[in-house]
Design a protein around this ligand. Structure first.
Ligand code: SF4
Ligand code: SF4
Length: 86
């Protein structure tokens, strides 16, 4: 039980680091609903971004670090969702 809790904590701090690296806030499509890093499985589609106006994901360090291949995660869903749709 304790080990499991530790694992979850590790995941949370990794997610925090990735959210700090996320460049969505500088993107013309971004609407601030206190969400970031839509590419992550734990985040996915935005609840408030509906109007795509360009995407900075291809230049984001998270994209290259995680080996993600897509874009517009805020309106299309997480990398995992996009892969499973293919
Ligand atoms: S996922 Fe892409 S389109 Fe959406 S806010 Fe982030 S950089 Fe912009
Ligand atoms: S790849 Fe896009 S959604 Fe993911 S962290 Fe970077 S800018 Fe944000």
């Amino acid at each position: 039980m304790k080990n499991h809790e530790k694992k979850d904590l590790g995941k949370t701090s990794d997610e925090k680091k990735l959210k700090i690296m996320c460049v969505c806030a500088k993107c013309p499509t971004y609407v601030n609903c206190k969400e970031l890093a839509f590419c992550l499985e734990t985040v996915g589609k935005s609840k408030c971004i509906k109007d795509p106006k360009g995407c900075l994901c291809p230049s984001c360090p998270v994209e290259s670090l995680m080996g993600f291949k897509h874009a517009y995660y805020c309106t299309k869903g997480s990398e995992k969702e996009l892969i499973s749709k293919k």
